[in-house]
Design a protein. Sequence first.
Length: 362
Amino acid sequence: MAKDALSLAWLDMRRRRFATAIKRLEAKKDIYEENLEYYVTLGIACLYVGDIGASSSYFQLARKISLTDTRLLLGQAAIFLRRGDTARALQYYLEIKDNDPQNKTADAAMEFIRVNGNYDTICRWVDTGKIEQFYPPLGSNPDRIALVAVASTAFMLGCIFAFIFFPRGQQYTGPRADLTKLELSADEKSDAKEKDLSTQSYAFVLSNKEINRRYNDALKYFQAHRDNAAQIEVNMILNSDASVAVKKKARLLMGYFEIPDFDTISDVPSLTDVAANPALYLDCWVNWGGKISNAVTYEDGKYSCDFLVGDETLAKYEGTVRVHFDAAPAVDGGRAVKILGKISLEDGLVCLKGRAVYQSIK
């Protein structure tokens, strides 16, 4: 029986695939508008990936529907605890205890605040991720349970297999979606170039062989969980003299790319590379560091800023890009940050659609 998006998202979250859960739920925004479970689930997923601004926004929407949901209260309490506002966090934990006297997460968090609730300790727990034990529980990870059940002999065989077929330094995380239907047909391979080149100009003029190679590379990178590398190959094809049929399949492939987080992102281009050829890196994800300037929060809650890309002191300054967020991130604008965002263009200039912000609280 087919499962709904909320059930599938919770399974993703139990498997710690938070970016996948967020992408799955955001695609159903119109269907689940004003749905408590939808807002709470998205808020929890964003909390676990460190997107505190988005998490807080979803929890606020949930509070307009219910004020007593335990997971909602745990999530909001965790946000205040992360910020070192233990007084506000305690208010939420006491409210949870009124509704659910046996709640173990609230008990553990209140004991932590009583014994170790100083700001320095909270900072260290946030930095190391230990603070997540006070987040709304996700339940056991079914993938981990399955792994524990595997016999030691099977484990050893797997290690031998990995050593033989996957050299050291190459990360392998298993196959993804079956993209057999997106493989080029024999006709598409033989006629990979657009026949009539007189109707428009192309940024890249490729040979038939190169179009095929780049498309196959995109599929290969996707299966290797290197979506940025695959996106670059797709962009090369879309801006080339490749045939309409090849471009159509390249666009379909983009629909399978996942939203990364700070831990899973790879093949990150530099701002220098992007500025030199923006079309090649459009829709790639980056986790650039730098400092925020000229921040503005609009009446609808959206937020934008100039982002000075470079190291913490800007001794190595690469340039400035405009960043847009759907909600204001909870950061200190005077200190260095890392922004996770998708590359886009605005009036021909490189900008970012912000997804999450990381700022060390040391």
